[in-house]
Design a protein around this ligand. Structure first.
Ligand code: AKG
Length: 302
């Protein structure tokens, strides 16, 4: 149980005399344990990071086993019940949102150590999950409009990324079935540049269980599916801890689920504080909402 505000004060914990000191205050009762990214050896992460810095993306082959892919397929296939509402979502693309409420099968990719290790270096501690969805591109789908995910946050480019995305292959990604198309190096472009016919494109051709990781400033889009089969995949996106995530997970994920998921996921869905106050609930750390309590109300600071 973390110390109460009063206990901290009595123990001389009220040492806030500078803005930097303030940053340690509210989150102090819930010190952050090292995440799963800390388990990845430094040479591997630095190699991945160098590719991301140069190209804007890195392909991480076969991080999931065939058995894990089969489990994911089995869990998400029954959820595929509708196609997109517009050309961007894709009229022949099926999407399932809010997966954290529907299955635990996809947690492993949300918190995959290789991904978290990259996020640990790209973003400030306490970065958030911004969205998680299944994307199944079915035969006949057109190429998606090229876009950057960070464009949702209107901040002038060039600049460091505010978010990053992963796309996980459950089916193999090919040139024909809608493999994601990226424009290498386009993460460095300014606001004045749009993709043109001469800009080199790369289709993420990858076997099941592989992950395409890219920064939110990279131009990309789902490819056209000219094959006879589906392209089943999942995407998890992340953002800086001081930005509003695309999905309001603190509203959409039940407290029961928030108690069930790993500490990394719990932190990433908003049960964390970006010091000193961002993410607070009623002046307190949001983790308190998950603690067993006799009644719903508790005195402020207690
Ligand atoms: O499915 C893909 O390959 C890319 C999807 C995408 O970028 C999106 O829907 O925003």
């Amino acid at each position: 149980m973390p110390p109460t505000h009063d206990a901290l004060r009595r123990a001389g914990g009220d040492r806030v005399s500078t803005p930097e000191g303030l940053a340690a205050d509210l989150a102090a009762g819930y010190p952050r344990a090292p995440g799963a990214g800390a388990r990845v050896d430094r040479a591997t992460v630095e190699g991945d990071l160098a590719a991301v810095a140069r190209d804007g993306y890195v392909l991480l082959p076969e991080l999931l086993t065939p058995r894990e892919c089969a489990e994911i397929r089995q869990a998400v296939t029954p959820l595929l019940d509708r196609t997109g509402r517009n050309a961007f979502e894709g009229h022949r693309t099926q999407r399932v949102y809010s997966l954290l409420n529907k299955t635990r099968c996809c947690d492993r990719l949300v918190e995959h150590p290789r991904v978290l290790a990259l996020l640990d270096r790209l973003f400030e501690p306490g970065y958030l999950l911004s969205q998680l969805q299944v994307i199944n591109i079915t035969p006949g789908e057109h190429a998606q409009l090229l876009h950057t995910d960070d464009a949702l946050y209107r901040s002038p480019r060039p600049r460091p990324p505010l978010g990053a995305a992963t796309i996980w292959a459950v089916d193999p990604f090919t040139h024909d079935n809608g493999g994601t198309v990226v424009l290498p190096g386009s993460h460095l472009w300014g606001d004045d540049r749009r993709p043109g016919g001469r800009d080199p494109r790369m289709t993420a051709v990858m076997p099941p269980g592989s992950c395409l990781f890219f920064v939110g400033t990279l131009w990309h889009g789902g490819g056209a599916n000219r094959s006879g089969g589906d392209r089943l995949s999942l995407t998890a996106q992340y953002c800086q801890p001081w930005l509003r995530p695309q999905e309001a997970f603190t509203l959409s994920v039940t407290r029961e689920t928030a108690r069930t998921v790993s500490e990394d996921i719990r932190r990433m869905i908003g049960y964390s504080v970006h010091p000193p106050f961002i993410g607070m609930v009623d002046g307190m750390h949001p983790r308190r909402l998950l603690e067993a309590r006799p009644s719903a109300s508790r005195p402020a600071g207690g």
